[in-house]
Design a protein around this ligand. Structure first.
Ligand SMILES: NC(=O)c1ccc[n+]([C@@H]2O[C@H](COP(=O)([O-])OP(=O)(O)OC[C@H]3O[C@@H](n4cnc5c(N)ncnc54)[C@H](OP(=O)(O)O)[C@@H]3O)[C@@H](O)[C@H]2O)c1
Length: 430
């Protein structure tokens, strides 16, 4: 029987989920896998806080460093979140010879290079399956199951909050604010939803996927990031008229000139498999040069799915410690060369453009002229009936165009007298 002594940092949503999972499955792991996972200490911010599941007071400490410095701890499970403290605690744990399991995507996206370097130097394992896609085993798929493939692209829905909001806007025709409020009431969105609705959380996860899909280091600031807060219900309705749905996608695509890495609201054909991933669900569509398309779909957040991923990492470490798995048997992709990320201005895409224009003859021609001057050709066009205030929505879909040209054209168009407010630009993927 291999025993793994665990120090847990955090007993919040995921920490408590992990604690419950361990309590219910500990005997199963001992019996079926021959691994005993023993919880030695648990760090929280406030020992006296009322918790749904009671934890023996003797296990709790308010000093997280006590956990990472405890010589009897083999593995530190970091579930406190945030960057500064979590980084210091993980650094200390690795330095003291402990393996680490974390769900902290923000930390790995912002400081992954340093942390992975330290783990390498100290010859310790750091596992982080729960950091992307909650319970979906996407890191294992990239590192192990798809190791024989050159990854060509990843299209993913990896922020459940945004996907929930967009789904409500699509199905109930609610506006962004109403859908956000509902997501908050149901516990899918934080009181401060910025990280989710501005695409930052998805970009954190994409940074981690890029590292293992394309075998290299990524600077987080090189990832283009745009959230859903500017999507209006009219965009969802117009997209539907053209046969599309709006989804927040995290996209990585390999090309000769570099890797496209972007988080953005996207129009997807209604028949696209990701267009039908709804509510708080996540999905990652990976294309490998040997396997073709692989779709991973499931719950991307929440205590039970996320704790399932944390536990799988712990079992993995226990098996390695027991000599039942080794690095050669489960290759980690090399993660050491800097990846060349393409600047967003050089990407080629189709676009959905929505303008609010004064309803008078010649406006469409003027806009088409500006687009033409910037080498952008129109593939479809809808102008709506006159509404209040003599301003009507005009929607254009384009053929493939360069982002740089589209931005320049939109800047010019937004200055036209006949155009009111800022125009909407959403990229289209097939
Ligand atoms: N929520 C999800 O669905 C989800 C999914 C995937 C990944 N994750 C990641 O999992 C991690 C944890 O998320 P969460 O939602 O469980 O967070 P959470 O509910 O806010 O819980 C944080 C926990 O950490 C404790 N804590 C915070 N700072 C501490 C410190 N300095 N020392 C000791 N304890 C400290 C808190 O103690 P008190 O309880 O005493 O306040 C609390 O128990 C984050 O990195 C998050 O990104 C979350």
């Amino acid at each position: 029987m291999k025993t793994l002594r665990v120090g847990l940092l955090g007993l919040g949503q995921i920490g408590a989920g992990f604690y419950s999972l361990l309590a219910s499955k500990r005997d199963f792991f001992r019996r079926e896998i021959g691994i005993s996972i023993d919880l030695v200490k648990v760090a929280v911010r406030n020992k006296d806080k009322k918790r749904k599941k009671s934890v023996p007071k003797s296990l709790l400490t308010e000093n997280a460093f006590e956990v990472v410095r405890d010589p009897s701890v083999d593995v530190v499970v970091e579930l406190i979140g945030g960057i500064r403290e979590a980084k210091a605690l993980i650094g200390e744990a690795l330095t003291r010879g402990k393996h680490v399991v974390t769900a902290n995507k923000a930390l790995l996206a912002e400081a992954g290079d340093e942390i992975f370097d330290l783990a390498d130097r100290k010859k310790r394992w750091i596992f982080f399956e729960a950091s992307v896609g909650g319970g979906i085993p996407v890191i294992k798929a990239l590192r192990e199951g798809l190791v024989a493939n050159r990854i060509e692209s990843i299209y993913s829905i990896i922020n459940g909050t945004s996907n929930y909001i967009l789904t409500r806007m699509t199905e109930d025709k609610s506006d962004f604010r109403e859908a956000l409020r509902e997501a908050q009431e149901k516990g899918y969105a934080e009181a401060d939803p910025t990280l989710d609705i501005e695409g930052i959380d998805a970009a954190h996860k994409l940074a981690i996927l890029l590292r293992f899909a394309f075998c290299g280091n990524v600077r987080f600031k090189d990832i283009y990031c745009e959230g859903i807060s500017r999507i209006r219900s009219e965009d969802i309705a117009f997209a539907h008229e053209f046969g599309y749905r709006v989804k927040l996608l995290a996209i990585a695509k390999a090309s000769k000139e570099g890797i496209e890495a972007r988080v953005q609201p996207t129009l997807l054909p209604e028949s696209h498999i990701l267009a039908n991933v709804n509510g708080a669900f996540n999905a990652v569509l990976i294309r490998g040069d040997q396997v073709g398309d692989v779709l991973l779909y499931g719950k991307g957040a929440g205590p039970a799915p996320t704790a399932s991923a944390v536990m799988s990492d712990l079992i993995d470490i226990a098996m390695r410690e027991a000599g039942r798995l080794n690095e050669e048997a489960l290759p980690m992709r090399a993660i050491r060369r800097p990846l060349k990320i393409k600047n967003i201005s050089s990407i080629l895409s189709r676009y959905y453009l929505r303008f609010h224009v004064v309803d008078r003859p010649g406006v469409l021609a003027k806009i088409a002229q500006v687009l033409g001057k910037h080498r952008i050709s129109i593939s479809d066009c809808v102008q709506k009936e006159r509404s209040a205030g003599n301003v009507v929505p005009l929607i254009l879909l384009t053929h493939g165009a360069h982002e740089r040209d589209v931005r320049n054209a939109i800047r010019r168009i937004d200055r036209l007298d006949a155009v009111s407010g800022h125009s909407q630009v959403i990229r289209i993927e097939q």
